[in-house]
Design a protein around this ligand. Structure first.
Ligand code: SAH
Length: 184
């Protein structure tokens, strides 16, 4: 049974990911998404995982030390274009907000999230997808959602498909995901 939106996202990702793909985890955190997509890829392709939280990156670097196709980067995802070449990206995952139990100051923020999203949309191959999950229960998360959703809603349907995944019967603070597919 799928009870969590992040699990639902993994079902979509698993159906989409093929061997050899290049995948960005834009918010590494505890590394659950990185581990999941690495499992989908196996030895092929590449995962680039970014975070501004140095401790999280060091922990992930140690965990993936012997793994050739996972690169953990201590940098903000707004600099994604320094690590990923144009037209090479198949999938990008943003699990926004802050790491539970960690420093809340290290939350994602509208300006840098938007800068990163715009860059990722350019780096993405045609047919590539972006999964973005918003947490509106805190002020920065609400700000991201309130600005980025209208931006996504006005994207030309010939260029992007934007699918919205939302709980219909939970509190207004429940997370929301979007699945963005580049059509042309
Ligand atoms: N996907 C993670 C959860 C991510 S929580 C998991 O599976 O555990 C959000 C993460 O985004 C936090 O670790 C936070 O440090 C990170 N973050 C905040 N601002 C960022 C930025 N500008 N660039 C990259 N990561 C950022």
């Amino acid at each position: 049974m799928i009870t969590k939106l992040t699990e639902f996202n993994h079902v979509l990702l698993k159906a989409y990911i093929k061997k050899g793909m290049t995948i960005l985890d834009a918010t590494l955190g505890n590394g659950y998404d990185t581990a999941f997509v690495r499992e989908c890829l196996g030895e092929s392709g590449q995962v680039i995982a970014m975070d501004v939280n140095e401790a999280a990156v060091i922990k992930a670097q140690e965990a993936w030390l012997t793994c050739k196709n996972v690169r953990c980067v201590h940098d903000g995802h707004e600099h994604v274009d320094e690590y990923v070449k144009e037209d090479t990206l198949d999938v990008a995952i943003y699990n926004l907000g802050y790491l539970p139990g960690s420093d809340k100051c290290l939350t994602t923020r509208l300006n840098t999230t938007l800068e990163s999203l715009e860059k990722t949309m350019r780096l993405l191959k045609v047919g590539g997808v972006i999964s973005m999950t918003f947490y509106v229960g805190h002020s920065q998360g609400k700000e991201e959602y309130d600005y980025i959703m209208p931006f996504l809603k006005q994207l030309p349907p010939k260029q992007y498909h934007v699918l919205l995944c939302q709980y219909a019967n939970q509190s207004a603070n429940a997370p929301t995901s979007v699945w963005i597919e580049k059509k042309s």
